[in-house]
Write a protein that binds this ligand. Structure first.
Ligand code: NAP
Length: 250
């Protein structure tokens, strides 16, 4: 029996990087997966990869910063697969790099809207669907910057700290309703986001910030998310799990 047999799952930001790896891990372990992303090409590519691996997936174009898109994404999952058991709120952006005293207001609003409000809107519609299906699990993708400060990254850091708090509160509310809700905090992971936001000359400095001495891989994050999403983690809720090569141990 596969880990997520007869389960249906939804992953936001699944058209790239960490989200794509999570969606593929879910599908390889038997789940039917909804790929939600603002990027149609990336989202459809993920669906194609999953189908080539004999999995089941479909794409729903979703901007997580829009409540109505989240409602539509969840409705599509239930309509297509009959129920929703697992959701991973992973979509996120870095935003501008600037000191708080110079931080562009529009960038602050956009980062909070996607990284924090986006996860709230997601859970706002996922939780009733999970209750309807008898329970399940939600994993929110935070960051090491959900626990530590980030120089020049105030909006991102505030959003990720907020996401950890949101995760804990929701976990308390649903602990006796058979829904587990956890946060995962990756260190720097080798994805398009990293390459878009970090010039190559900074990579050695970033690697050194991780005692293991390298960047993480999206597949490594997916392994933890898969476990938290499965019944193997049946006594785990309201937790923040680091996956950061030792970054926060310093
Ligand atoms: P990524 O490669 O940029 O993938 C993120 C995906 O989300 C992209 O397909 C992106 O589309 C999509 N997206 C952006 N805005 C969206 C929106 N409003 N609605 C729906 N989808 C949207 O990033 P990643 O590195 O895999 O990051 C995934 C998550 O992990 C994020 O929450 C990030 O903060 C977190 N994280 C990443 C790292 C890291 O080092 N990579 C470390 C810690 C935490 P576009 O490409 O069109 O924008």
């Amino acid at each position: 029996m596969q880990l997520l047999q007869n389960k249906t799952a939804l992953v936001t930001g699944a058209g790239s990087g960490i989200g794509r790896s999570i969606a593929r891990a879910y599908a390889r372990n038997g789940a039917k997966v909804v790929i939600a992303d603002i990027d149609e090409t990336g989202g459809n590519d993920t669906v194609e990869m999953i189908r080539q691996e004999k999995g089941t997936a479909f794409f729903v174009k979703t901007d997580v910063s829009r409540p109505a898109d989240n409602e539509r994404m969840v409705a599509a999952a239930v309509e297509q697969f009959g129920a929703l058991h697992i959701a991973c709120n992973n979509a996120g952006i870095v935003g501008e790099l600037a000191r708080v005293g110079k931080y562009p207001i529009e960038s602050w609003d956009r980062v909070i809207a996607i990284n924090l409000s986006g996860a709230f809107y997601g859970m706002r519609y996922q939780l009733p669907a999970l209750q309807q299906s008898g329970g399940g699990a939600i994993v929110n993708i935070a960051s090491v910057l959900g626990q530590a400060g980030g120089d020049g990254l105030s909006a991102y850091t505030a959003a990720k700290h907020g996401l950890v708090g949101l995760t804990k509160s929701a976990a308390l509310e649903y602990a006796q309703r058979n829904i587990r809700i956890n946060a995962v905090g990756p260190g720097y992971i080798d994805t398009p986001m990293l390459h878009q936001n970090l010039p190559a000359e900074q990579h050695p400095i970033i690697r050194q910030m991780h005692p293991i001495g390298r960047l993480g891989r999206p597949e490594e994050v997916a392994e933890l998310v898969l476990w938290l999403s499965s019944e193997k983690a049946s006594f785990v809720t309201g937790a923040y799990y680091s996956i950061d090569g030792g970054f926060l141990a310093r």
